[in-house]
Design a binder for this molecule. Structure first.
Ligand code: ADP
Ligand code: MG
Length: 246
């Protein structure tokens, strides 16, 4: 992906969730946002994906400006992306298969038989076909997140946004979801994610943005961000010291 973000501002009342964020990147397949809780990572991701409208600034993804002003255009942008959040991603009263076919039919206007075909293909790709007829409560947290990722990519999204996709999972399930994300990257999927899994961030990311107090404090390759002998920014140093302590 190519990304150009200029002077992005998003406020919630008194809170400056994003204050004047600018980022320019070319040829990046995985961008990872890290930083302390409340720093603005989710807001950044939601604004980029078109789920949230910024107060000021502009976002260009692959040279196309996100049009926040025209509802129809914004919906189109939203639908061109895939999303996955920390938890509660699946419709609880639908099977795994229905969870994938429903948005394909309702949001993307794909006819039912084709939607089923696409959904089964996606489940198979991730070794989840045996779960097709199960309800979310019959699946482990890791399996649910993998179904949710299958759903997010079933419509072949331009960008896939993952907001702390493993933070509600135990270590084993975390590993299976992270493996899947790494596989998606290898398959050519462009991804913007937030995570507290620093080892994974280092491994999978092309670029890391360290976000704090609504600002991008550092933006660099993981080798540089995580090279503790070279960290010059005291805020990044403090953050890394805390998250890699145990
Ligand atoms: N819908 C909202 N309404 C009010 N405040 C919000 C809303 N979303 C986020 N915020 C505030 O904006 C700031 C940034 O939040 P967020 O983007 O969720 O940070 P992060 O994902 O880094 O934890 C926080 O102070 C948060 O409380
Ligand atoms: Mg968040």
């Amino acid at each position: 992906m190519k990304l150009e973000i200029n002077n992005l501002i998003k406020e919630y009342g008194e809170i400056k969730a994003l204050s004047n964020v600018s980022i320019e990147l070319e040829d990046v397949s995985v961008l990872t946002l890290i930083g302390p809780s409340g720093g603005g990572k989710s807001t950044m991701l939601r604004v980029m994906g078109g789920l949230e409208i910024p107060d000021e600034g502009r976002v260009l993804i692959n040279d196309e400006m996100v049009n926040y002003k025209i509802q129809e255009e914004l919906m189109k942008h939203r639908q061109s992306n895939g999303f996955l959040f920390q938890s509660f991603n699946l419709f609880p009263h639908k099977t795994a298969l229905e969870n994938i076919t429903l948005p394909l039919k309702v949001v993307h206007g794909i006819d039912p038989s084709e939607a089923i075909e696409k959904a089964i293909k996606c489940l198979k790709r991730f070794g989840l076909e045996s779960h097709a007829q199960k309800m979310p409560y019959q699946l482990s947290g890791g399996q649910q997140q993998r179904v949710a990722i299958a759903r997010a990519i079933a419509s072949k999204p331009n960008l896939l946004f993952l907001d702390e996709p493993t933070s509600a999972l135990d270590p084993e399930m975390t590993a299976e979801v992270l493996d899947l994300i790494a596989e998606l990257k290898n398959g050519g999927q462009d991804i913007v994610l937030t995570t507290h899994e620093m080892g994974f961030a280092k491994e999978v990311s092309d670029v890391i943005a360290f976000i704090e107090n609504g600002s991008v404090v550092e933006l660099d390759k993981p080798e540089i961000i995580f090279d503790t002998s070279e960290v010059t920014n005291p805020r990044l140093e403090k953050f890394l010291g805390r998250v890699t302590k145990y």
